[in-house]
Ligand binder design. Structure first.
Ligand SMILES: Nc1ncnc2c1ncn2[C@@H]1O[C@H](COP(=O)(O)OP(=O)(O)OP(=O)(O)O)[C@@H](O)[C@H]1O
Length: 297
């Protein structure tokens, strides 16, 4: 549904993106992750046609954003950076005016969307009186009005309280269930991303370091908690055999290693193996391992 291929972008000679390629499949909820300055907003800006890449392109539904901007973006609803509204007008007037810029304002559709985002009671109030969470809901209503196939969301839960974050999560999951919506969003809230996303793309200093599901990520270097005696002897043996020592008692096996074979080899070397158990890592664990250890491809 959405592909970016070979994206390169520099600002004033300083690279922000280097050869970034990934895809978001139809009906997928996809997280775009990375530290501050990793290139997430630049990537979203290029997909939205607001930032011109030095090289590469973004395609939405097969249509190139760089070659056929209007047609590609017809399929997209977005919240990018802080949504700008007229504070002295009501939510409804804002929707009417902002929808008018890009096409026709369909009142019936707007009533439904406003209901869907839970703003019906306050839609006639001035936006200046809205809380941050209500502004986000209004931005979502605006993004959904043209009935897009893809939603692009830049830090959508930024500044929301826990209740607002939960509402947002349920809302996006329902959108996918009811309408098969494809969603790409960037976030620093890894627990949220873990609960919502089918797959993630992780950027580090403008380079792609991972694209795939969390399970694929876990399988790339499965981690085990071990109790081995004597540890110094075991550590040397493991390192010589390509096993990564994450901390005393925590190791990452190469993806093709059979743990039973490793245990047998340790025992064969006279090492006492009291524990050798797989660890289920959170997205936060995986993210930190990747962004600290792995250089981009
Ligand atoms: N308009 C611009 N002019 C100059 N440099 C820019 C511009 N936009 C982005 N950059 C630089 O490009 C790099 C990537 O920035 P980007 O905003 O894409 O990162 P990000 O991953 O979205 O970060 P954050 O999580 O802090 O929003 C950073 O070094 C940033 O300073």
């Amino acid at each position: 549904m959405l592909t970016v291929t070979g994206l390169c972008k520099s600002f004033g000679g300083k690279p922000a993106l280097h050869d970034v390629t990934f895809e978001v499949k139809r009906g997928e909820i996809h997280g775009l992750l990375g530290h501050n300055g990793a290139g997430k907003s630049t990537t979203l800006g290029i997909i939205l046609g607001m930032v011109e890449p030095d090289r590469g392109e973004a395609r939405i539904g097969g249509v190139s954003v760089q070659e056929n901007h209007a047609e590609a973006l017809r399929q997209v609803g977005a919240i990018f950076e802080s949504p700008a509204f007229y504070d002295y007008l009501s939510g409804w007037e804002n929707l009417r005016i902002l929808a008018g810029y890009s096409g026709r304002f369909d009142e019936k559709a707007a009533v439904e969307v406003v209901e869907r985002v839970g703003l019906t009671k306050r839609i006639r109030s001035k936006v200046g009186s809205y809380s941050h969470g209500m502004r986000q809901r209004l931005a979502l209503a605006q993004a959904l009005l043209p009935e897009p196939k893809v939603l692009l969301l830049d830090e959508p839960t930024d500044g929301l309280d826990p209740e607002g974050i939960k509402w947002f999560r349920d809302f996006v999951l329902d959108l996918r269930k009811d309408r098969g919506m494809t969603v790409l969003f960037n976030s620093h809230l890894l627990a949220e991303v873990e609960q919502m996303c089918d797959r993630v793309t992780i950027l580090r200093e403008g380079r792609l370091v991972h694209e795939g599901s969390l399970d694929e990520l876990r399988e790339e270097a499965p981690v085990y908690e071990v109790d081995l005696e004597p540890w110094g002897h075991a550590k040397t043996f493991l390192e010589l055999n390509g096993v990564q020592i994450l901390s005393p008692g925590r190791i990452a096996l190469p993806s093709d290693a059979d743990p039973a074979v490793v245990v047998a080899a340790l025992v064969g070397c006279g090492i006492r193996v009291s524990a050798f158990a797989p660890v289920r890592r959170s997205l936060e664990d995986l993210y930190l391992e990747i962004t600290m250890n792995r250089s981009g491809t």
